[in-house]
Design a protein around this ligand. Structure first.
Ligand code: NAD
Length: 424
């Protein structure tokens, strides 16, 4: 039987409360006992701290920092750090919760974590951002580390932020410890293939599922929403496999060409102009309209909640591959299931990034750095092996890939918890 989860963090209105909905569905199918449910719906540790920093004009200000270490059963916590005005404890907790399942479903030896600073980086100079980042790392120096919690970039944080965190942490520990963060620049212990890993992972699982569905990549019509790190790389990989990318989009709108967009040209255009604004390789339309263009594969790779009850019934595709985190609402998910549209959920589809982060952590700890082809081959193996596991569960139990993914992830975390025993 399900137990109500106590505590103020699980209010109906909270992001964390929403996140728990998918967990509960899978937990019920697994007959998870109330004690395990209670443990897994409570974060292990939530840290809130003040970040005093000096403005370039000498004035002192204080921002708030967060780190949530949701679960350690399978290994050190793992997850990004975001700098954004909307960062709250509730949001960071939900993101750390998702990371727990994402790491488990692709079988990485990590728990889940996430962090952030409530700030608007567009109002800060680079040196102000550096001071905030270093103070953030210093405040957490006792609770992060290669065997404790391994942060990475997220919204508005980059390899440069990771370099500052690695340096600050190493200064406190009096030795160079590159494995404290992933997503670092190559020169200081980053991994080859990390930048492309998420988009590459999207295309790996998509092409694998297309083969199962009998969709020939040659000529398959692909639509990709978002043309940043994830979307542009995914589009490039699809084109390299002979697919016809008929739609791409970014914040400037969507560009659709039934004969195929020249993806390499679009990437060069976006790099030169900062966005696709003014791109002439396709007819301009709204992002919303592009989501309804008939295609074989639709890849939302921009924002959360873009496929909703308002447009789901008009989406004409065979396969949705969630490059972004949380692009589909639960109501839209049900409509897709009814309409026979297969959805590869975010925790699997965009797990390529965290998988290569794991490879980076392994390389840092051994001091042995792999060729890019080795990284890419291992990424493919890790994703496909685990996608096959959840595909088996989906078939056996007659559930969607999303439910199967949560079932596999929860089962793995519960098994480790039971083997280790609860120190209670
Ligand atoms: P990014 O900032 O590089 O790119 C985001 C893209 O979305 C940009 O092209 C932007 O113009 C576009 N965009 C913004 N608002 C839009 C709108 N209203 N309509 C259409 N497009 C819009 O970000 P990213 O790293 O590519 O991340 C995209 C998504 O993938 C996010 O949900 C992120 O959480 C998720 N994700 C990223 C990674 C990673 O390794 N980068 C890993 C896992 C998940």
């Amino acid at each position: 039987m399900s137990t109500a989860v106590p505590g103020p963090a699980v209010r109906d209105v909270s992001v964390f409360g929403d996140a728990i909905a998918y967990f509960n569905e899978a937990a019920t199918l697994l007959n998870l006992d109330p004690g395990m449910r209670a443990i897994l719906t409570h974060p292990s540790r939530q840290i809130i701290f003040s970040i005093p920093f000096q403005r370039d004009n000498g004035q002192l200000e204080v921002y708030t920092g967060y780190r949530v270490q949701y679960n350690f059963a399978r290994g050190p916590a793992k997850g990004g750090i975001r700098f954004h005005p909307g960062v709250t404890l509730d949001e960071v907790t939900a993101l750390a919760f998702w990371m727990t399942w994402k790491c488990a479903v692709v079988d990485l030896p990590f728990g889940g974590g996430k962090g952030g600073v409530t700030c608007d980086p567009s109002t800060l100079s680079m040196s102000e951002i550096e001071r905030i980042t270093r103070r953030y790392a210093a405040e957490l120096s006792e609770v992060i580390g290669p065997d404790k919690d391994v942060p990475a970039p997220d919204v508005n944080t980059t390899p440069q932020h990771m370099a500052w965190i690695m340096d600050t942490y190493s200064m406190h520990m009096r030795q160079t410890i590159p494995g404290v963060v992933t997503g670092k620049p190559l020169e200081i212990g980053g991994s080859r293939g990390r930048v492309e890993a998420t988009g590459r992972g999207v295309s790996i699982v998509a092409l694998d599922e297309m083969a199962r569905l009998g969709i020939d990549p040659r000529g398959a019509k692909i639509v990709v929403q978002g043309f940043g790190n994830v979307g542009s790389i995914a589009a490039k990989m699809f084109a390299e496999h002979g697919c016809t990318v008929i739609g791409i989009s970014d914040v400037s709108g969507a560009y659709v060409n039934e004969n195929g967009i020249d993806v390499a040209n679009a990437i060069a255009f976006a790099q030169e102009h900062g966005s696709l604004d003014g791109f002439r390789g396709g007819d301009h339309m709204s992002n919303q309209a592009m989501l309804e263009v008939p295609c074989d594969v639709l890849v939302p790779a921009a924002l959360e909640k873009v496929l909703t009850v308002d447009n789901a019934a008009r989406v004409k595709t065979k396969l949705i591959v969630e490059g972004a985190n949380g692009p589909t609402t639960p109501e839209a998910d049900r409509i897709f299931a009814q309409n026979g549209i297969v959805v590869i959920p975010d925790i699997v589809a965009n797990a390529g990034g965290v998988t290569v982060s794991y490879f980076e952590w392994v390389q840092d700890r051994t001091g042995w750095f792999w060729r890019e082809s080795e990284v890419n081959d291992r990424l493919r193996d890790q994703l496909i092996e685990n996608f096959d596991v959840l595909r088996g569960i989906a078939q056996q139990r007659g559930v969607t890939y999303r439910t199967a993914a949560y079932m596999v992830a929860i089962d793995r975390v519960v098994k480790t918890l039971k083997l280790r025993g609860v120190y209670a």
